[in-house]
Design a protein around this ligand. Structure first.
Ligand SMILES: [Zn+2]
Length: 414
């Protein structure tokens, strides 16, 4: 397992951050925050740095309509002066991903000071960015250190926690999809990283009650879970362990909002609802005997490549060409030989697939957790039209090289 960066979780994050910087050789910094995160934590960090006499340039972004996208990247790069600087991200997903990208591409390291338990991306090497019309995961770098101020996390808005909880418990389905991809499609896999990703979801589930009241100990455990989830991606080298079919469905919804210029769909909320949908398919799969599966697979019908291309172009014109060019698994299944091989692999490994499915809680459990946190549990609550909801569910499996339960259920004719 690779070595990880130092992580502080406690009551004195700013002091610990300053001590860490004193020991490093950096005298020059670029602080990135938005108006909200600057108010709650960034100002304190900034003043402590100024007190040290360090050269700090900074950008405080307007939070309304703020996304990790081309516009925000350029705004940060516009204040950057091209000198070697330690980048300092004070914020959650958008701020951290923006800083991760801009620091990496300008060949500078960065330090993260999280302000909410809203995402699992803090320790990740990848940035979730929207470049052009496509939202995706872009290789960048992990922070060299993380300083988590628990009083700030406890005070953070509860809807951010609900969103983070949705993202974190999605590791139940993402880790299952990843392991199934290994079994059915032969893709790369690591059992230790699988346990880490699954463990992050279990950790969140174990403290779910304390998270509802923002109890400091539970929030610290949730942050640790978020960091572990990020490590699972960093250690593996891509997002596969922590981003499965549920993320692919959610990404399509997020892109739909982006295409329409709409605001207000939060990553973890979208992922939470998509996780309920995937958990429903896993629950259905658990009820199948091998014989049932065999019968369903015998009738499996995969549309021809040309038919699939036509549907993708009609349903998701904005990203159709990129998806088609990526030669998605489901398109490859239009080859009868490939399909036969996959059917055989599913049946030959049926007990193991069942054991994987057994680790995914039932959809009602996810619903109960998210409801207790005040998070959305339906696509209607995400303010998606029934058609938008369906398009993403029907086409999410084209997004990444994963044999998710969304692929499996299609073969079952569900
Ligand atoms: Zn996520």
């Amino acid at each position: 397992m690779p070595e990880h960066m130092p992580i502080y979780i406690g009551d004195n994050a700013v002091e610990e951050f300053i001590k860490f910087c004193q020991k490093s050789n950096y005298q020059k910094y670029l602080l990135v925050a938005d108006e909200n995160t600057y108010r709650v934590l960034g100002k304190r960090v900034h003043e402590a740095m100024k007190k040290e006499g360090w050269d700090v340039i900074y950008i405080i972004l307007h939070p309304e309509g703020l996304h990790a996208d081309s516009v925000t990247l350029v705004r940060v790069l516009a204040v950057y002066d091209g000198q070697p600087r330690m980048f300092v991200a004070v914020g959650s997903g958008t701020i951290t991903d923006t800083t991760r990208f801009t620091s990496h591409r300008s060949q500078n390291p960065f330090i993260s000071l999280p302000t909410a338990a809203s995402v699992d991306a803090y320790t990740s090497v990848n940035s979730a960015m929207t470049i052009g019309e496509l939202k995706g995961s872009i290789y960048c770098q992990a922070p060299i250190a993380i300083f988590t101020d628990i009083p700030i996390i406890v005070e953070s808005p509860k809807w951010l926690t609900a969103s983070g909880f949705g993202d974190l418990t999605s590791k139940f389905t993402s880790s299952a999809d990843w392991k199934n991809t290994h079994i059915i499609w032969g893709s790369k896999y690591d059992p230790e990283i699988y346990e880490k990703a699954l463990g992050a979801a279990k950790q969140a589930a174990a403290v779910a009650e304390g998270i509802v009241t923002h109890d400091p100990k539970s929030m610290a455990a949730m942050m640790q879970g978020q960091f572990d989830s990020g490590f699972s991606m960093a250690d593996f080298g891509n997002s596969a362990p922590a981003s499965g079919g549920e993320h692919h469905i959610a990404h399509v919804w997020e892109m739909m909002f982006h295409w329409a210029g709409r605001e207000g769909l939060y990553h973890g909320n979208a992922v939470g609802v998509a996780t309920i949908i995937e958990a429903g398919w896993y629950e259905r799969l658990r009820k199948l005997s091998k014989k049932d599966a065999e019968q369903l697979l015998a009738c499996a019908q995969v549309p021809s490549r040309a038919e699939q291309e036509k549907t993708i172009r009609a349903e998701l014109p904005e990203i159709a060409e990129v998806l088609i060019a990526s030669n998605p698994i489901y398109m490859q299944l239009s080859d009868p030989q490939v399909l036969e091989r996959v059917k055989k692999d599913i049946l030959d490994n049926w007990d193991e697939i069942q054991a994987i499915a057994a680790k995914v809680p039932p959809p009602d459990q996810f619903r109960a957790w998210l409801k207790s946190l005040g998070g959305p549990t339906t696509t209607a609550e995400l303010e998606l039209s029934p058609q938008q909801a369906k398009t993403a569910i029907d086409h999410g499996h084209y997004l990444r090289e994963r044999f998710s339960i969304n692929n499996i259920r299609k073969l079952f004719g569900w």
